[in-house]
Design a protein around this ligand. Structure first.
Ligand SMILES: Nc1nc2c(ncn2[C@@H]2O[C@H](COP(=O)(O)OP(=O)(O)OP(=O)(O)O)[C@@H](O)[C@H]2O)c(=O)[nH]1
Length: 285
């Protein structure tokens, strides 16, 4: 499956990030816990200069807990601060605030640490900013030396966030990365052949999480992806004139329900995987 990818505003976004990054102590790179590598920004280190990076695996409530634990271990082995977070949950986000404070505020009365959130589309940047800043997130106003109009949100005495997150698009020369991001919902649907995408996803699920498919849709996971999608259409009553199964509706429903967590906690990537399903996808023409 070919994903047409024309992020026209990419250069502008990079420029804005570059300008803002020099104002912060730390960059919080938000990745999707279900695919931390595919949703990671390979050129962020080059953009972020000296600012320290904290990797936040967001939407951890939707990811396979065991696999997320493996990722955290892996990032820490690479000497990176890493934390799993559910931005919908105040307590979970509090752990991130505490981590930043522990790293940057060694003594009482320290100056506020300034952070910027960066991540790919739909990874949860606005949600985490809102959850971190909460009602206290009153804008602190223009600060001298800061690009006009730039605002800081006060999280607490020790922490301030830049009010606008940085959106970046990953480079994906690798076909599997594009497909994972499409499954997660980070790529506009108009750019995707949704039926083809669902076939790949069904094949992945039938190999890695067959029980989730069986439980949710009561289908035979030994069948071909096309047959499985067909069966989902029948089970759900997605039928067009003449009783023809509506495959597109079926595909959209499958992906929507995955993104909403209705299929259970499912990770697309595993740090220990070598070869395997995604490698085969990447190797395909
Ligand atoms: N389950 C779950 N959903 C989340 C989490 N974080 C964000 N979401 C949902 O993911 C969707 C995207 O979140 P946003 O905060 O708008 O993401 P964004 O990165 O600001 O998106 P863009 O503005 O497109 O760049 C929303 O429907 C959120 O409710 C999370 O930790 N868990």
């Amino acid at each position: 499956m070919e994903i047409q990818w024309y992020p026209g505003h990419m250069a502008k976004a990079r420029k804005i990030i570059k300008q803002n990054i020099r104002l912060v102590d730390a960059v919080i790179e938000l990745v999707d816990a279900r695919a931390p590598l595919a949703s990671h920004l390979p050129d962020l280190d080059e953009l972020s200069g000296g600012a320290q990076k904290i990797v936040v695996l967001n939407k951890a409530d939707l990811a396979d807990e065991r696999v997320t634990g493996m990722w955290i271990k892996k990032f820490r082995e690479m000497q990176l601060e890493a934390l799993d977070v559910n931005s919908m949950d105040r307590h979970s986000v509090k752990r991130l605030i505490n981590l930043i404070t522990t790293i940057y505020c060694k003594k009482p009365g320290c100056r506020p640490t300034r952070c910027m959130i960066i991540g790919i589309p739909n990874v949860g940047k606005s949600s985490i900013i809102n959850q971190m800043a909460g009602r206290k997130g009153a804008r602190t106003g223009d600060i001298p030396g800061v690009t006009k109009g730039k605002m800081w949100l006060k999280v607490n005495k020790e922490l301030e966030l830049l009010d606008t997150p940085g959106i970046l698009w990953p480079k994906f020369e690798d076909k599997a990365i594009g497909i994972k991001l499409a499954i997660l919902g980070s790529i506009k649907e108009e750019l995707i052949n949704i039926e083809e995408l669902s076939y790949i996803f069904l094949e992945f699920l039938s190999k890695e999480y067959p029980h989730s498919l069986r439980e949710r849709y009561k289908i035979d996971v030994g069948k071909s992806p096309r047959e499985m999608l067909n069966d989902i259409a029948f089970k759900r009553g997605f039928l067009m004139a003449g009783g023809v199964p509506d495959m597109e509706r079926s595909a959209k429903t499958l992906l929507m329900e995955y993104r909403q967590g209705k299929l259970g906690r499912i990770s697309l990537e595993n740090p220990d995987e070598q070869g395997g399903f995604w490698q085969n996808i990447s190797n395909q023409e």
